[in-house]
Unconditional design. Structure first.
Length: 454
């Protein structure tokens, strides 16, 4: 490797770390809310924890639809910002507000139907009241969450990620205090058990939005774009572009996240102990996943900025570096889980059967850490190139045609239990990682070939 190549590698890695560090802080804060919910509700027993697992999984399913579509704002703004096109930056941001409005109506209405669709898919009756109550409570936070995502992805595209971190810290703090009040009935509030987690999270989400709104409205860094000078009418070409990029992103995220939601729902049919053990293992795996997820988002931004400047080779190399960084982080994560799986499970619950199952499922989680890191890194690099449709198809194939089929057939149909469900998750993530890396190589190779003079 030449001195120039090594220097460029260091520059790219530093740029990704600088962008990704604050995003990691935000991601850990968001996951910290789920961690706090799980630990605090876990003290109430398997029924509350199992109901929380089903409720949180269902909420995540709706959330994936929303933030996946809005995520198109990030690479679109990044390309425009890299090209120094202030008008396009402002246009993308303002048009994303229309997406927020439409999604808020759609997703809020859908979540309010939990009292009939959860029984319809066979959720165990012992956890059903808690799950429905949680979903109804947290549904009031969905519009605020979508509005926050719009501002977040706009700010990400500009390379301003620190404000996102601070709003995440605010949300985590308020969520923990709110849990204490609404779970256990402090200061005259009703003791709602795990349902109180939904109330606390909804409140914290709205405070995060208002904090981000005030920052964008008042900070000088955003003044050149004049985001709030007016509300533009719908611009159908721009909305079409955002939807064309964002809908496949939502599909990809929904395919992966939906697989984990489906796994939680399968566990929900196996009883409270199984659902609770799965929730613990999944919560910790999700917590560790926040690191490569932040790197992936930073890779999207950095690749977008580099492409906006017209540096195709640099953008390709930046994507590769992002994938490698994600893989390294998740390899370390796997080692930690293998060494301390029982101690990790013990942090969540004193219920011995739940703890033992969670520890065994954590070992399964360790096996897919590397694959999960590679696939999310490759997905972020591809989004930087605005390549989202084919990756969505690859994700659907990997997670649902292969992963879900395996998990359901062996874990549920043949009655092999939760461990085989998690084997299905492993298979799906591994195939996705391979296919997305191949896709990135083909896309960037084609772009380089097209750029060469005839």
């Amino acid at each position: 490797m030449s001195i120039h190549s090594r220097a460029r590698l260091v520059v790219d890695a530093r740029a990704i770390v600088a962008l990704g560090g604050p995003l990691l802080g935000n991601n850990l804060s968001i996951t910290g809310m789920a961690f706090a919910d799980t630990v605090m509700a876990g003290q109430l027993g398997a029924v509350d924890l199992g109901g929380l697992a089903i409720g949180a999984a269902t909420f995540n399913l709706f959330m994936f639809m929303g933030f996946g579509l809005l995520m198109a704002t990030s690479p679109s703004v990044a390309h425009a910002y890299g090209a120094n096109d202030t008008y396009k930056v402002t246009s993308y941001a303002r048009q994303s507000w229309w997406l927020v409005l439409a999604l808020s109506i759609l997703l809020f209405t859908g979540m309010r139907q939990a009292d009939w669709f959860l029984p319809a898919i066979g959720i165990s009756e012992d956890v059903l009241p808690v799950a429905v109550g949680y979903i109804h409570a947290i549904s009031w936070g969905m519009p605020g969450l979508l509005a926050f995502f719009s501002l977040r992805y706009m700010s990400e595209g500009l390379g301003r990620t620190k404000p996102i971190m601070f709003t995440g810290f605010l949300g985590l703090t308020v969520n923990v205090i709110g849990n204490w009040i609404f779970i256990y009935g402090k200061f005259g509030a009703p003791a709602l058990g795990a349902v109180g987690c939904g109330v606390a999270t909804a409140i914290s989400i709205w405070l995060m939005f208002f904090a981000m709104f005030l920052h964008v409205r008042t900070h000088r860094a955003y003044r050149p774009f004049n985001f709030f000078a007016r509300i533009d009418p719908p611009n159908w070409p721009v909305l079409g572009e955002l939807t064309r990029i964002g809908a496949p992103i939502a599909g990809s995220i929904l395919a992966e996240g939906g697989l984990f939601v489906a796994a939680a729902l399968m566990m929900g049919g196996m009883g409270a102990v199984t659902a609770a053990g799965h929730q613990i293992a999944l919560n910790y795996a999700a917590f560790m996943f926040m690191v490569p997820l932040a790197i992936s988002s930073a890779t999207t931004i950095h690749v977008g900025h580099t492409l906006g400047r017209g540096d195709l080779i640099g953008a390709r190399n930046a994507g590769v570096i992002g994938v490698v960084m994600c893989a390294i982080v998740m390899t370390v994560s796997a080692i930690v889980i293998l060494l301390f799986n029982d101690q990790i499970a013990a942090l969540y619950t004193r219920d011995l059967p739940v703890r033992e199952l969670a520890a065994s499922l954590l070992l399964m989680a360790a096996l897919f850490q590397f694959s999960d890191g590679v696939q999310v890194g490759a997905a972020g690099a591809l989004r930087g190139f605005k390549d989202t449709t084919i990756p969505m198809a690859l994700c659907i194939f990997s997670y649902w045609v292969v992963g879900f089929t395996f998990a359901y057939y062996f874990g549920v149909h043949r009655g092999e239990g939760p461990v085989l469900v998690w084997v299905g998750l492993n298979v799906g993530l591994t195939i996705s990682a391979v296919l997305l890396v191949v896709r990135y190589w083909l896309v960037t190779k084609a772009r380089l070939r097209d750029q060469r003079p005839a």
